[in-house]
Ligand binder design. Structure first.
Ligand SMILES: [Zn+2]
Length: 353
C-alpha cells in the first residue's frame, strides 16, 4: 500500500467532530471483554496454551486491576459481521465442520463446534471492546489478535480475524473510518496485512521477527522486521521511531493494539530477547503514544514456559492501562479508585527498565 494514498483530511475532520464522543472524566478502570468459553479443551500435548485465557482473567480480577462489573460478556459474532471479512465458502466450511485435513493442519487446532463458537465469541469480544473504547477512550479483549486469519483460510492458531471484523463493522456503522493496527506480536500480521492491502483507510503496522513464522510475509503498510535475539534497547528504540510515524501517517479514528507477549525472552516461538521490564516499557510506550485516540487492546500470542507465566505477561498491558497515567476517563458515575492491592503494586513497579 502506498503511504501517499492516505488522504481525505478535511472529510475526516468533519467526520470525527460529528461522531466522536465528548472527552469524559478520570478513572482508573477499563471495560474489557471476556467469556469463560474463550477456553477450550485441547489434546494434552497440544502446544497452544488455552488455559491462559481464564488465568489472565482470574489474575487481573483477583489482583484488583479489573473490576468484575466492567466485564462485557460477548455473544457469538453475527454472520453478517464475519462475512464483511471472510469468504462465504470459508465460513460455510467452518460452520459445517467440513474443513479439509490440510486446512485444519494449517490452523493448527482441531476443528470442533466449540472451537467455532470460541472463535466467534473472541471476535465479538474485540468488537465489543472497540465500541467501549470509542466511548471510554480505552478498552480491551482478554483474547483476540488472531492476525494470521486471512479472508479465505486460517493459519497459525487463528480462525477468524477479529480485528478486521471489528474494523469493518465500525466502518459499516460509521463509528470510525480510519484505523491503525499496531501489531507487536512477534509474528507478522500476515492475514491482517492481506485483508487491508488495498484499503487506504486502514494502516497496518507490524513489528516482528524477520526470520520467524510466517516464512512468506505479506506487505503491511509499515513492516519492521527484526533480527533474532533483539533485546530491550534496540526493540524499544525501533518501536518509538516507527510507532510515531505510523500514528502521524494514519491519523486514525481508532487504534487496535495486538499486544502479543511472544517477543519476550524464553518464548517457545519467539526468538527475541525482550525482558519483562522491557515488555512493561513497550506497553507504556504504546499506551502513552495512543493516549489521545480510542485504543483497543487485544492479547494475541504468547508461549512462555507455562500458561501461568504467559498469563502474567499478558496481564502487563492491562496493569499499565489501569495505572493513573494511562487510565482513560470513564463516563460512568460508578468509577472508583484502584483497590488497595493494585494501588500498592503501582509504586514498586513504576519506573522499571
Ligand atoms: Zn505470535
Amino acid at each position: 500500500m502506498s503511504l501517499s494514498a492516505i488522504g481525505g483530511r478535511t472529510a475526516k475532520r468533519a467526520f470525527r467532530e460529528a461522531d466522536r464522543p465528548p472527552a469524559p472524566k478520570h478513572s482508573n478502570s477499563m471495560r474489557y471483554a471476556y467469556h469463560p468459553d474463550y477456553d477450550l479443551p485441547l489434546p494434552p500435548a497440544h502446544p497452544f496454551p488455552m488455559a491462559k485465557y481464564p488465568l489472565l482473567y482470574e489474575r487481573l480480577v483477583a489482583r484488583g486491576w479489573l473490576r468484575p462489573e466492567d466485564r462485557i460478556e460477548p455473544a457469538e459474532a453475527a454472520p453478517e459481521d464475519l462475512a464483511r471479512v471472510h469468504t462465504a465458502a470459508y465460513l460455510a466450511r467452518l460452520e459445517s465442520g467440513t474443513l479439509d485435513a490440510a486446512e485444519v493442519r494449517r490452523i493448527g487446532v482441531p476443528w470442533s463446534a466449540r472451537l467455532w463458537r470460541r472463535s466467534r465469541l473472541a471476535a465479538q469480544g474485540t468488537l465489543e471492546a472497540a465500541r467501549a473504547a470509542l466511548e471510554d477512550g480505552l478498552a480491551g479483549n482478554l483474547a483476540g489478535g488472531t492476525h494470521h486469519a486471512f479472508a479465505d483460510h486460517g493459519e497459525g492458531f487463528c480462525v477468524l480475524n477479529d480485528v478486521a471484523i471489528s474494523i469493518r463493522r465500525l466502518q459499516h456503522d460509521r463509528l470510525a473510518r480510519r484505523a491503525l493496527v499496531v501489531d507487536l506480536d512477534v509474528h507478522q500480521g500476515n492475514g491482517t496485512a492481506a485483508i487491508f492491502a488495498d484499503d487506504p483507510d486502514v494502516y497496518t503496522f507490524s513489528m516482528h521477527g524477520e526470520r520467524n513464522y510466517p516464512a512468506r510475509k505479506m506487505r503491511s503498510t509499515l513492516d519492521v522486521g527484526l533480527e533474532d535475539a533483539v533485546g530491550d534497547e534496540k526493540y524499544l528504540e525501533l518501536l518509538r521511531q516507527h510507532l510515531g510515524r505510523a500514528l502521524a501517517e494514519s491519523s486514525p479514528d481508532v487504534v487496535f493494539y495486538l499486544a502479543g507477549v511472544d517477543p519476550v525472552a524464553g518464548d517457545r516461538y519467539g526468538r527475541l530477547a525482550l525482558s519483562e521490564a522491557g515488555l512493561r516499557e513497550r506497553e507504556r510506550e504504546v499506551l502513552g503514544a495512543c493516549r489521545d485516540r480510542p485504543l483497543v487492546v487485544t492479547i494475541a500470542g504468547g508461549y512462555a514456559s507455562t500458561p501461568e507465566r504467559t498469563a502474567d505477561l499478558h496481564a502487563v498491558v492491562f496493569e499499565e492501562a489501569c495505572r493513573g497515567a494511562f487510565a482513560r476517563p470513564l463516563q460512568r458515575d460508578d468509577a472508583v479508585p484502584l483497590p488497595e492491592a493494585a494501588a500498592a503494586a503501582v509504586e514498586p513497579a513504576s519506573g522499571t527498565l
